[in-house]
Design a protein around this ligand. Sequence first.
Ligand SMILES: [Zn+2]
Length: 310
Amino acid sequence: MTRQAGLDGRRLGPVTVIFGASGGVFPHCVSLLVDGGTEKAVIDPGADAEALRRWARVVTRILNTHYHFDHIHGNRLFPNATVMLNQVEQECFPRLESVAGKLGIQEIYGDAGVAEWIRAVAAGTSPPAPFSPAFRPEWWFSTRVPAEAYPYGEFAIGSVRMVMVHSPGHTAGLACPFFPEEGLVYTADIDLTRFGPWYFGTDGDIDAFIRSSRALLALDAEWYLTGHEEGLLRRSEFAERLEGYLAIIDKRDRRILDLLGQGVSEERLTDHGVLYPTRYHVDPWVRMWDTLGTRKHVARLRARGLVGRR
Ligand SMILES: [Zn+2]
């Protein structure tokens, strides 16, 4: 029997892939249902609510790979489940101040901005942000249950063995669940989307992202399931596409060096839309991420001697 035996596109042994109607397009993600017999877990309930609700009665645990909105907004659909998050980010639920610190709100908008954001999502009365889930009320409703921490490394859901692979870079705590018996790894937001790698939060790190992405290829896995859009890929396809995906980081570097070469100051780089087209900057979070991500690129280029000292 090969590892792919039993794969029907949505199911691999005890693991069911829930693509949902959205197909994992942000702000949704691909979710997993893990049937360990006595214990059943949903990993990253960010697929659409319709697809997830049918599991609401049987799920005993929710495992969030990281604290981002698109991977947690369905936590609220499982009120009786234990919520588990990686140990680096555990404090985020129910403490939204921690989310604000990691995501960049603290760094860009300060204490007042953090307080205002928490008020807004708790009240649920803010108009939605145009291009981000900034003010979605699920930020509040899906983080009320305090999270327990799962360990990095060996972990089990009932009879199903997993390894929670610490994969910092996208966030500092991201865990990619690896199922050794099934040869399957959920790569979450190491997602191979055309947009490219995302490490724009305060807790994001470009070099760590690159290292963590390549480290997934050291796993004895045949199936790579991305958290968004791309879906289930064979190892060879994931390996082939990964380098093109990571090369987008170099393109961003070149764009910054071009702009600096044209005389644009470091402070004004974001005005040129380095990471997102400027038409998206009307969204306060998109502008925030463009600013933070650009700063990370500049710091990295400076460390390499490619941007002058200040
Ligand atoms: Zn994420």
